[in-house]
Design a binder for this molecule. Structure first.
Ligand code: SAM
Ligand code: SF4
Length: 531
């Protein structure tokens, strides 16, 4: 088979150096689809001078020339094989594969720019790096253990080489802070989400002084001040605008108050000037963002004031906000649904459980009766308003009756689009010490809930077939002539349109639907009947 890749290279005019020829030969003789690390080990046995970077660049070149194809797996793992016309099944043991970072072209360009600005060079492969940054997310299951496990792998990798600088960033870093430095001497810098803007200086500081650093103070003000100096040049049609960070509610299952710190609301005028910059840059939809967005309070301003003020920017066509807490659905915010024409009629309001007993166990600080009251008040203001929610299933102590209450609430409200999760303990939270309920019961309950939620979603989408809806056109798709946009209820819509439609709200007739997407065609000349 060795001739095959070589021959293909010749056919396609790909120049083969001696090293590339060896890589092609080894690749052709391997029938187990090796990843770059494995391929490197194999070619090194033939020529010790071949670097892993050469292996990486060569497979990339073969891939770009249509000779090899890449299969990506979770966690950035990727393996290569010859590109064949015929289909065959893959059975690949990815447990032993090393992680390789294949980055998106645009991101790579940006990384290169930032690296160069600070006098660094991007390397193609982890083995060549002398600074290693592990970005972490605490919402993930066993996130902390995974970090230490990853550091363990790194230690092995660099056992006989110069130790790289090791940075742990993100929410796990925030939650663990100096504990990480104490537990794992291999870590040099721990940096939380509130300090990302300092990262370049911190790397420099460490390299100069060689003193291990903990950067996990909650300092939202300094972060926002820093980012305000950076001009937003977003080209997107829909853009997030952070107005609030942190949370003071301490639901027993949640890590946010520990990882993102206390509630902080950005000044009203700073948010407004950012909204105007976004509008000038072509943004048509603003999604106001915060861990507890409707708890926004700065001086006398509230979320409702921001909505009313953003509504006045002519270029902005749609306004949304996420994620909100039922307790902060204040009168002024509810009334805004009657005043605003740009506030979308989808209310994402996480309820978590339909049982007051469980809500109390969760320390949610709201009850179902209040939630239903908010539902009715909003429906009275605008009957087309719809709801979506988050649910935690199998919370410690949840019994069959509690679960049925959640199911009944779902049937009553008819949520159109929701997230449901089985409870999983997050280190450091009150609920992490509670006794878990039987996993099989939780799974069964989740299945039942999702069955109901998904069928509501399918029904809602089906009900739109043959009707004409408003869609904000966001971008073209890979299929020529097909565009992507969103309905007022955030549902994805695929339809035929042209480049001039991007950024506009158009009428789309829906022909087909599935659980997550509506398919249709743009209607250009609607004749309105005048009585
Ligand atoms: N602030 C929002 C609220 O008050 O509901 C929720 C924000 S939380 C970061 C996002 C969602 O993740 C939650 O609504 C919850 O459903 C889910 N979640 C958070 N912690 C969880 C846990 N320990 N187990 C399962 N799901 C969890
Ligand atoms: Fe705060 Fe929401 Fe987490 Fe509760 S679930 S602690 S309200 S972020």
């Amino acid at each position: 088979m060795s001739e095959t890749i070589e021959q293909k290279c010749l056919n396609k005019g790909v120049k083969l150096t001696d090293q590339r020829r060896i890589i092609a030969k080894v690749m052709s003789e391997s029938n187990d689809h090796p990843d770059v690390d494995e391929l490197y080990k194999r070619v090194s046995k033939i020529d010790t001078k071949i670097s892993i970077a050469t292996v990486y660049r060569t497979v990339k070149l073969f891939e770009e020339s249509g000779i090899l194809t890449k299969h990506e797996f979770k966690g950035g793992k990727a393996r290569y094989e010859e590109l064949n016309e015929g289909h065959h099944d893959h059975l690949i043991d990815i447990k032993t594969g090393e992680i390789i970072e294949f980055v998106d072209d645009e991101i790579e360009k940006l990384q290169k720019k930032v690296a160069e600005k600070h006098g660094y060079k991007l390397v193609d492969h982890i083995d060549e790096a002398n600074c290693y940054l592990l970005n972490t997310c605490h919402i993930r299951d066993k996130a902390k253990e995974k970090v230490y496990h990853e550091i363990g792998r790194l230690k092995k990798k660099f056992k006989s080489k110069l130790k790289p600088m090791v940075i742990v960033a993100g929410c796990v870093a925030q939650a663990e802070n100096e504990e990480m430095l104490k537990r794992e001497p291999y870590i040099d810098l721990v940096i939380g989400p509130q300090a990302y803007h300092k990262i370049n200086n911190k790397i420099k500081e460490y390299l100069e002084k060689q003193i291990r650093l903990d950067e996990t103070e909650f300092d939202a003000i300094s972060k926002f001040n820093f980012f305000e100096k950076i001009k937003n040049s977003s080209q997107k049609i829909s853009s997030f605008l952070t107005i609030q960070e942190g949370c003071d509610k301490f639901c027993h299952f949640c890590v946010v108050p520990y990882t993102r710190g206390p509630e902080y609301s950005r000044p009203f005028d700073k948010i407004m000037s950012e909204a105007k910059i976004l509008a000038n840059n072509g943004v048509k939809e603003i999604i106001l963002l915060g861990q507890n967005v409707n708890a926004y309070r700065n001086e006398h301003y509230r979320l409702s004031d921001l909505i009313i003020e953003i509504e006045k920017i002519p270029e902005i066509l749609r306004i949304r906000y996420t994620t909100s807490h039922p307790r902060d659905m204040t009168d002024d915010l509810i009334e805004t649904y009657g005043k605003s024409k740009k506030l979308m009629p989808l209310v994402h309001l996480p309820v978590q459980s339909g049982s007051n007993r469980v809500l109390e166990l969760m320390n949610r600080k709201h009850i179902i009766e209040d939630y239903i009251k908010v539902y009715h008040r909003l429906k009275e203001i605008n009957s087309s308003i719809k709801f979506s929610s988050d649910f935690i299933i199998g919370y410690p102590g949840e019994n069959e009756n509690d679960f049925n209450n959640t199911l009944n609430l779902i049937k009553k409200i008819k949520f159109i689009n929701s997230y449901s999760f089985i409870f999983s303990p997050r280190p450091g939270t009150t609920a992490s010490k509670l006794e878990l309920i039987d996993r099989k019961i939780s799974l069964k309950r989740l299945e039942t809930i999702q069955g109901e939620l998904f069928s509501q979603q399918i029904k809602m989408n089906k009900s739109l077939e043959n009707s004409i809806i408003d869609v904000l056109v966001e971008n073209g798709t890979e299929e020529s002539g097909k565009f992507f946009g969103r309905s007022e209820y955030m549902t994805s819509v695929i339809f035929n349109a042209n480049d001039n439609d991007v950024g506009k709200i158009v009428k789309v007739k829906i022909n087909k639907s599935n659980q997550n997407t509506l398919f249709g065609e743009i209607i250009r000349n609607i004749k309105l009947k005048v009585a």
